[in-house]
Write a protein that binds this ligand. Sequence first.
Ligand SMILES: *Cc1c(COP(=O)(O)O)cnc(C)c1O
Length: 473
Amino acid sequence: MEEKSEEEIESALGLEPDAESSRSLFTQTTDFLNKYLHDLPSEKAYHNSSSAVEKINALSIPSKGRQFQELLNLLAETLPKSGINAAHPGHMGYVPGGGVITTALGDAIASITNEYAGLSFASPAGVAIENQMIDWMKKLMGYPSDAVGHLSSGGSIATLTALISARHWRKVTPENVRKQVIYGTRQIHHCVHKAITIAGLHFAEFREIQMDDQFKMDASDLRQKLSADAANGLQPFIILASAGSTDVGVMDPFASIADCAREHQCWFHVDAAFGGFFMLADSRRSLFQGIERSDSLVMDPHKGLFLAYGSGAVLIKDKSAVLDAMYHRASYMQDAAVHSRVPDPADLSPELTKHFRGLRMWLSLQYFGTDAFAAALEEKLTLTQYFYRSVQKLGYDVGPYPELSACIFRKKTADTLQLQNVENQHVLARIQHDGQVYLSSTTIDGVFWLRICILVFRTHQKHVDQLLTSLEV
Ligand SMILES: *Cc1c(COP(=O)(O)O)cnc(C)c1O
């Protein structure tokens, strides 16, 4: 073997800080995080600034490492000073996320141990933790114990896994794909259309289903279109429903849709990325009736379970459809195959090597208990209803009654729709410029709506009151 210079050896050992250096790195990080949390309430929810990007770009990747504190200082100057502060109680735009502290602690443990959570032989305990999370969600949503599931990076990949499984269940081929029909309303999230495209199902017909005045799927229109398609020699294939539609957060009529799906032998998929965990809230459980009859279900722990970004989940009843698409073996995996239990997480999703993301969820549920999450969700529901009542008193028009924690609202004082749209765009610009609260907007049938979604666990009454005050003018 060639002689290595001492310098080279020392440089390589640099990746293994000794116990004292490790402790110092942890301490500096903890101090950084504690200060971040301490300063957060006085920070803005939104900064429209580009100076942070310039600062990041100015620090090139060095050949010799930099001081850790210097890096933390840069992060402190940039991350909370640009864009949306997603951890901030004033973030009420889109579908906000969470970041309960146990996510970070779980991730730290997952990263230091670097457990290989894709295969049970490599990490029996890690896979058991992931499976416990899947089983818990199956039970929560009323799925049978022989359903399978997977923890993904988010709702988009979870949706892709579900739709690809549907494709294999139907045995879609290039010859029959154009006869397949997919049904959904205009409230379907764009990640579902993306998944349809990636799965090659954009060659199938997409049939838009009417909505009622609450923006819920009109089951009688669905029934009619299914029958018409069947009569015309087409094959009804997938029905897409939402538990918490993207714009207004309402629930589709799952029981009627499930009846239609059974009648026409369709795959019934529910996008519960926003709404799924509201099943934990006693006050909302009845809205989910019939969801347990779906064939696949997507939910996002990084939304309704308040975990940090990077946690989605999919539940699928037909295990063989999933395995048909995702189960592959290769000669270089033969040692794993001898020991592994099928299905392993790697057999149920596009991922092989993956983040041990079950741990952050497991640690959160085990440490806080489900009651804490249920109580936080109930609080967000109460706040949203409070906002819905209060904003009307300020003279705003509102959309459907908020079944979950989102609602749309708009000023209607100007004479024409066009002027009203401009008026509301100005309100939004003012709120975003102020930055204390972050709101987003949507346009439905040419009408511009302001939209609030309360799902940061740190958002409480005083933050909603602050928003109401700034909407007063
Ligand atoms: C967030 C969301 C998605 C997409 O999930 P990601 O986790 O962002 O990939 C899909 N559907 C709905 C209703 C959502 O709110």
